[in-house]
Design a protein around this ligand. Structure first.
Ligand code: PFF
Ligand code: NA
Length: 436
């Protein structure tokens, strides 16, 4: 069974893949882990991982999805079989489906926080409020299980309703308009931060590279985040690749997506850290970073109530387009077994919803899911994909499927996929286990 619907154009695919990539990873997670792991050196390792590991793996994922024209499990086993290799490669897709489910569990809780901040913005909860009271607002939310439960449930319900209707129908179009607006708002916050924050302290924090501060765990987290932020290593981009037009260039597309994702994360960080330093907050204050720094900005700016409401709504929508891609691979896979789309969507989401409830009640569950998926499962999935395309498949068939010609671009990618990515991932794993 193959998928014949393709995205209308390369551009539509870019928007959907960008919708998957751009999300809480950029705006919520990147700034706070950058704060926790000491800034500059961490950012540099993250950027290196995007370039040397993330981009090559992303090209590989899209290639497999386009060549297989199916869900990740079937695409991988089909391609493997076509080359006389084991169909067990499909297991990589299965692990990815599990990773997506596990990410959705905590992702929807954080998206719920963003929804709560939409409500807080509308009611003016943090307007003209001192920084410490704004911090207390976030602690209050973390302490309220019922409030988190409510928004987490709303988010799961909305995500499931959209996925149940089918992916090609609606997402592309909304992402199209909303992502540029979100970017505009980030620039507005950046401008605010520049004028009212300690901009130079923020710049120094994010870009001064002091490698003595860099622990082996920080390197692992930076690599894990490169996978997380680009939606790699679990088949999300591969699932969308099934709809990628046969004739378009994968390389150029991937560079566009990675560049957009990276710029958005950096701008988000640069909007927050100057406010951290100007308001005597600490960079390493954890998951609440965005929910404290940005309300401080909105609280003081003219029209802050309006801007705050729209901003948190846009963040929620960015989270939504990412969440859709977290459950799409699993739903597409269940569909292949004849389970109707609405049924598979709602049962799959229900499991994530239950896991999210566990995250709300037990912070350890939240942290463990985040840590295991981003730092272990996604890089491991990425490693398997790199080995599958770079080593299990033959060079002529890869070259034909990827359609990049046989010039320098293809050679660089092929080298990165066969050597840089696998060796880099393994070294970072070993390093974090203190084996080297
Ligand atoms: N890339 C998303 C973000 O940065 O928020 C998160 C994500 C989506 C990770 C889809 C993995 C995935 F498959
Ligand atoms: Na991202």
């Amino acid at each position: 069974m193959t998928t014949n619907i393709t995205w209308k154009s390369r551009w539509t695919f870019i928007l959907a893949a960008t919708g998957s990539a751009v999300g809480l990873g950029n705006i919520w997670k990147f700034p706070y882990i950058t704060g926790e792991y000491g800034g500059g050196a961490f950012v540099l390792v993250y950027l290196a991982c995007i370039l040397l590991i993330g981009i090559p793996v992303m090209i590989a994922e899209i290639m497999v999805g386009r060549a297989g024209r199916s869900d990740p499990v079937h695409s991988m086993s089909k391609l493997g079989k076509a080359e006389g290799k084991s169909s067990n490669w499909g297991a990589v897709g299965a692990i990815g489906i599990l990773a997506g489910l596990m990410i959705m569990m905590f992702y929807s809780v954080v998206a719920g926080w963003a929804l709560d901040y939409v409500a807080q913005s509308i009611s003016g909860a943090y307007l003209d409020t001192p920084a410490d009271a704004i911090e207390a607002n976030f602690s209050q939310l973390l302490g309220s299980h019922s409030q988190q439960f409510l928004w987490h449930s709303v988010f799961c319900l909305v995500t499931a309703s959209i996925v149940a209707g089918g992916v090609t129908n609606g997402i592309g179009k909304s992402v199209d308009i909303l992502m540029p607006i979100l970017f505009g708002f980030l620039l507005l916050l950046l401008g605010y931060s520049w004028i009212n924050g300690d901009f130079s302290a923020g710049l120094h924090f994010m870009f001064d590279t002091d490698f003595s501060k860099l622990s082996s765990e920080a390197v692992l987290v930076a690599m894990g985040h490169a996978f997380f932020t680009l939606s790699l290593g679990m088949g999300a981009i591969m699932a969308y690749g099934a709809y990628f037009p046969g004739t378009s260039s994968i390389g150029k597309t991937v560079l566009t997506i990675a560049a957009l994702d990276t710029v958005i994360a950096l701008v988000a960080g640069m909007a927050m850290f100057p406010l951290v330093f100007a308001n005597d907050l600490t960079p390493g204050q954890g998951p609440g970073l965005m929910f404290v720094t940005l309300p401080i900005a909105f609280s003081n700016m003219t029209g802050g109530q309006f801007f705050g409401t729209i901003f948190f709504a846009l963040v929620s929508i960015a989270a939504l387009s990412s969440a859709i891609s977290l459950i799409e691979p699993g739903v597409a896979w269940l569909e292949k077994y004849g389970i109707k789309r609405p049924v598979s969507t709602f049962s799959f989401t229900a499991i994530a919803w239950l896991g999210g409830i566990a995250c709300i009640f037990y912070g350890e569950v939240f942290n463990a899911l985040d840590y295991i998926t981003a730092n272990i499962m996604l890089p491991l999935g990425g490693l398997m994909i790199a080995l599958f395309v770079g080593r299990a498949l033959s060079r002529p068939s890869v070259s034909e499927h990827v359609g990049m010609g046989d010039g320098i671009l293809f050679k660089c990618w092929w080298f990165a996929l066969r050597y840089l990515a696998p060796v880099g991932i393994v070294l970072i794993f070993f390093n974090s286990l203190k084996l080297i």
